[in-house]
Design a protein around this ligand. Structure first.
Ligand code: HEM
Length: 448
């Protein structure tokens, strides 16, 4: 019989709560220290829950690929109060059916049409930017990516008020989850504290908005060519069934949440890194000048915007928009030759893996050109995983990469963003890795 993972060496934890406080206080620093000072499986205790950090790529792949044995962890399942049984939070047959129905909607050819929306919305957003003014680029990116994903989902059917309802609900929900995470998920959602009431109220308003849009669409029977129409039309090839209103609501809420904050974070960290590395920025400007010569970028330009793509990949290596994945073992199993008991939560940290000196030269340095060679093919699977891996890999990966490169190109072509010297930029590892106080920049027009 294989030895138990709890025989492996680990940092000392608090007698009462184990490593919960270390993880809550400074998740990135704590997990990095675990990796650098211990083996490739580090047993941890989070309150009453046993857990372990995995840093061996083979073990990571094993867990991400085996969705029967490893399901989303408890903390993550708490998102169900917001997202119901959408793709991100569901499991088993219900997830498989929804994934099969949704997969074709994200086919590269279909999403290419959204390139025009992405660039149009960006150009509209930056039209009001003035030379010399200060902006919070994270807030700007959040607004922009939310408006893009809403347009992609609903096309023309959303009024300003409806869009604000949804944006507000997502914002309240994310803040609620962050406060829950900081307090170790101790504030029960049903307890009538003001933040819980605000949370429930926000969800109710969002639901009213989404259901009313679905109802209008069903009544008009119009095909708007958007994600909602495609999801409504999708038929299960086995039994011909389609999504119910509740399933549509859950998928839409999921796509809005999963489809905007992650991309906004990727871009926000990219602007920070570009401001800190003027030579990289210069090389990007050169590529944009050569490829676009002042005109707006399109999907057809993507194959020629190679350096822009390398910048996004390198930015997501150093600042992965999702920095931690958790999977709970549903039964006793073995990982890397050790026994893992049912209920144990395996932690996989993109932050730890992407900065791991075993796999990357100069891991702390921002070097986009490292992606020019075939490094991706040489890296073991399970090392560079900004979009996760296995059957539950991000369904919006193609959409997100297209969006990140197009927005980067459309903005960098016209503006240079410089950091304010005294403004603190602090990565906060919540559900996503966001800058805790935003990122303040001074906007400099390039006169293009
Ligand atoms: C840079 C941007 C993005 C990053 C880094 C990212 C990252 C991820 C990761 C790591 C997962 C896997 C989570 C896990 O295994 O527990 C995931 C899943 C998912 N993402 Fe993304 N994502 C991004 C953009 C998007 C976009 C634009 C959409 C939709 C428009 C989207 C929709 C989803 C959905 C629906 C899932 C759940 C898939 C499933 O379990 O079947 N994401 N994403």
């Amino acid at each position: 019989m294989a030895p138990d993972i709890f025989e492996l060496s680990a940092p000392e934890g608090n007698a009462l709560v184990g490593h919960l406080l270390d993880l809550g206080r400074d998740p990135l620093g704590f997990l990095t220290a675990c990796d650098r000072n211990y083996g490739e499986i580090i047993p941890l205790r989070l309150g009453l829950t046993s857990a372990c950090l995995l840093t061996n790529p083979d073990d990571i792949e094993r867990v991400l690929k085996d969705r029967e044995c490893f399901i989303k962890s408890r903390g993550f399942r708490a998102l169900k109060t917001l997202l119901g049984e959408g793709l991100l939070t569901s499991e088993g047959d219900s997830w498989l059916r929804q994934r099969r129905l949704s997969q074709p909607v994200f086919h590269q050819k279909r999403i290419a049409d959204y390139g025009t929306i992405m660039v149009d919305y960006t150009e509209r957003a930056i039209a009001s930017w003035q030379d010399g003014e200060v902006r919070d680029i994270h807030a700007e990116m959040m607004r922009l990516t939310l408006s893009i994903v809403m347009k992609a989902i609903f096309n023309q059917n959303v009024t300003e008020g409806e869009a604000q309802n949804v944006a507000h609900a997502l914002d309240v929900a994310m803040n609620w989850f962050e406060s829950k995470r900081q307090q170790g998920f101790l504030i029960w959602e049903w307890f009538p504290r003001p933040e819980n009431l605000r949370y429930r109220d926000a969800i109710q308003k969002m639901d009213e908005t989404i259901y009313s849009i679905i109802k209008q669409r069903r009544e008009s029977q119009e095909d708007s060519g958007d994600l909602l129409s495609m999801l409504m039309e999708a038929r299960d090839e086995n039994d011909g069934s389609q999504m119910s209103d509740k399933q549509l609501r859950d998928e839409i809420a999921t796509l809005m949440l999963a489809g905007h904050e992650t991309t906004a974070n990727a871009l926000s960290w990219t602007w920070m890194l570009l401001a800190q590395h003027p030579q990289v920025r210069q090389q990007l400007h050169q590529e944009l000048e050569d490829t676009l010569q002042g005109r707006s970028p399109t999907v057809a330009d993507l194959p020629n915007l190679r350096y822009a793509e390398q910048i996004i990949k390198e930015s997501m290596r150093l600042y992965p928009p999702v920095s931690l994945l958790g999977r709970e073992a549903v039964r006793d199993c073995e990982i890397g030759g050790y026994q893992v008991p049912a209920g144990c939560v395996t932690l996989i940290s993109q932050w730890v893996m992407h900065r791991n000196p075993k796999y990357f030269d100069n891991p702390e340095q921002f070097l986009p050109s490292r992606w020019a060679d075939s490094i991706e093919k040489q890296l073991p699977a399970g090392v560079y995983i900004p979009f996760g891996d296995g059957p539950r890999i991000c369904i919006g990966k193609g959409f997100a990469m297209m969006e990140a490169v197009l927005l980067l190109a459309a903005i960098a072509q016209r503006f240079e963003l410089n950091l304010l010297s005294d403004y603190p930029i602090i990565p906060q590892a919540s559900i996503t890795l966001r800058p805790e106080h935003g990122i303040k920049v001074e906007v400099r027009s390039l006169g293009v």
